[in-house]
Design a protein around this ligand. Structure first.
Ligand code: NAP
Length: 278
């Protein structure tokens, strides 16, 4: 009988995923007999694929766009995945296929590692974006008792919907209020896709920002975004999207392969080299 364990990431398309690089680095580092691959799964094939995971020898999977919402109905989501409305990690407990959202802990653990003490006084926080990543970030920030979370998004309606979902601590604000908001915010999170390689740079003016503002960038391709460059120029503390990408992978690996892996500078160098080569 084989003791080898299998996991994979599914998406549609899936070509861009760095998850295999991260998980295979850990499998090799810890000498674990296992494999982590990527599979392109079209929406109409999702239910069959997820329904036959165990029969096909999988201990679990990561899930990315566009399946993060649909897998909620195909698994037993935990409180976190329910609250965010999306899951990115599935695993078995006995015969039950469970799901969670590790973007929440990835976001928090990356900030805890990079800017210790960042959540000590979260009076005003600004979150850019109102998609799946923004929902995970808002849920994470509410867990750290952020008093006021201001969601600013290109499409105002999505920001309104997000605010309504999470209650009184979260409000939607217009893009032109950003300078005023940043003057008193202690944290700015870019949870929008703006700044990604094939998109335009994110246009945020940090000149009026609170000098103790911390920046959390979620975009990881490119690693060094215009927002991170502007933060450096202003002497602001910041964490990047590569950090979150590595930290969000920890929970899946631990569940499938039985060992909590470390986020190391060696792993970071590997991911950064891969991004630079793409
Ligand atoms: P999503 O659900 O598609 O949401 C995208 C959001 O970005 C929407 O709010 C959209 O606004 C906004 N947006 C898109 N293009 C924009 C532009 N040019 N200017 C301003 N806003 C724009 O995507 P998601 O899953 O939330 O992901 C968002 C970003 O987070 C992506 O870059 C993703 O790679 C990154 N992410 C990183 C990690 C990590 O581990 N580092 C984890 C998760 C996500 P509209 O409502 O107006 O369309």
């Amino acid at each position: 009988m084989t003791t080898s364990r299998k996991a994979c990431v599914i998406g549609w398309p899936i070509g861009h995923s760095r998850s295999p690089l991260i998980h295979n680095y850990w499998l090799k580092k810890y000498g674990i007999d296992g494999e982590y691959t990527k599979r392109e799964v079209a929406p109409d094939a999702l239910a069959d694929f997820v329904g036959s995971l165990r029969a096909n020898g999988f201990a679990g999977i990561n899930v990315t766009i566009p399946h993060k919402q649909a897998v909620l109905k195909l698994s037993k989501p935990d409180e976190r995945a329910e609250a965010v409305g999306a899951a990115n990690t599935l695993w078995y407990e006995g015969d039950t296929l469970c799901s969670t959202n590790t973007d929440v802990e990835g976001f928090l653990n990356n900030l805890d590692a990079g800017v210790p003490g960042w959540s000590r006084n979260l009076e005003n926080v600004v979150v850019l974006g109102a998609g799946g990543a923004a929902r995970a970030v808002v849920h994470a920030l509410m867990g750290r008792k952020a008093a006021h979370i201001h969601v600013v998004n290109r499409t105002r309606k999505s920001a309104d919907d997000l605010a309504a979902r999470f209650g009184k601590a979260v409000t939607a604000d217009n893009w032109d209020a950003l300078s005023t908001l940043l003057a008193r915010a202690s944290l700015l999170v870019n949870a929008s896709s703006a700044g990604m390689k094939k998109q335009g740079a994110l246009d945020v003016d940090l000149n009026s920002a609170n000098p103790s503002l911390t920046i959390a960038e979620l975009v990881y391709d490119p690693r060094d975004t215009a927002l991170l460059k502007a933060a450096r120029a202003r002497g602001l503390r910041a964490v990047d999207g590569v950090g979150m990408l590595m930290h969000q992978a920890v929970g899946g690996f631990e569940r499938w392969f039985g060992r909590r892996p470390e986020v190391t500078s060696e792993l970071r160098a590997l991911v950064e080299a891969d991004l630079a080569a793409a």
